[in-house]
Design a binder for this molecule. Structure first.
Ligand code: SAM
Length: 274
């Protein structure tokens, strides 16, 4: 049965408010599973299993699948569909309120998620800012968001810096709306993030690093010196001192800075602030 037939059998309608566009194309499901590069001993955390199409394939490749679904209407459907599958566990709650590490213990894990577009970035943040991060994330998301995450210096944003600090993002493929039921009116992409063991640049303190990056982007299309001065609430002369110490031209704009340069700037701020 495909997702539409399963939902009909349980007398359920997809909820737009939960971004319920179910994937019914077997080739796309296969592509997601291959991209996850699962090993037989892997634990997979699936976010938003829906009617369980992808879950069923993941269960064939991984040791355990922990699936987190917010829609409790799907509970009996999923329980019956997976009654004979011993390695899938469902948790019915909001992923953003879920302590994922308590579900996986100390084990390495891979995240696979086809989730609503409006919480994509919140979910990525939730996953990457934990003390123990997944080794890989495979997510279906709005194509433009995937492009923004993979941006290069010249087009960088807070989002691309935050993701690329923790891992290497790659757009694996562009998806036609027809692979979903109901069809969304946007294009999607499968994005893979290979998460590093340690962030790619070394900084004195993660929190300070993100404060500096956010400050640098706090005023759109302004020189980084002015944005930094406003965002860190220091005089423009002090902001210039930070930039000079990091060997960064103070007239540049935040979107042109590399992660290496943000890291140097964070070191300079830490040293000069004492
Ligand atoms: N994985 C299924 C598929 O590929 O067909 C369903 C994908 S559908 C785009 C998104 C799923 O995420 C829905 O089942 C929805 O109920 C669930 N969801 C939405 N918000 C969620 C949240 N905050 N936490 C967990 N699941 C959520």
């Amino acid at each position: 049965m495909n997702p539409r037939e399963i939902m009909d059998a349980y007398n359920l309608n997809p909820k737009k408010s939960l971004g319920q566009n179910f994937m019914h194309d077997p080739n796309t499901i296969e592509k997601i599973v291959t991209t996850a590069e699962l090993m037989p001993e892997d634990t997979v955390v699936e976010i938003g299993p829906g009617t369980g199409e992808l879950t069923a394939r993941l269960a064939q490749y991984a040791r355990h699948v922990m699936a987190i679904e917010v829609d409790e209407r799907l509970e009996s459907l999923l329980a019956e569909r997976f009654a004979d599958t011993t390695n899938v566990y469902f948790v019915f709650q909001d992923v953003l309120k879920t302590n994922i590490l308590s579900l996986v213990g100390n084990k390495d894990f891979v995240v696979v998620a086809n989730v609503p577009y409006y919480i994509t970035t919140a979910i990525i943040q939730h996953l990457l800012e934990q003390p123990q991060r997944p080794k890989r994330i495979v997510m279906t998301m709005q194509y433009e968001v995937a492009e923004r995450i993979c941006a290069q210096p010249g087009d960088m944003t807070i989002l691309s810096n935050s993701v690329q600090y923790y891992g290497k993002p790659t757009i694996v493929s562009k998806l036609n709306p027809a692979v979903f039921w109901p069809r969304p009116n946007i294009n999607s992409a499968i994005l893979k993030i290979d998460v590093y063991d340690e962030p790619i640049v070394s900084v004195p303190d993660d929190k300070l690093f993100f404060r500096v990056v956010k400050a640098g982007f706090s005023q759109k299309r302004k020189q980084v010196k002015n944005a930094l001065s406003g965002g860190l609430q220091v005089k423009s002369k002090v902001a210039k001192e930070y930039l000079d110490a990091a060997n960064i031209d103070s007239q540049r704009r935040a979107e042109t800075l590399t992660l290496e340069e943000w890291a140097r700037l964070t070191h300079a701020v830490a040293e000069l602030q004492g």
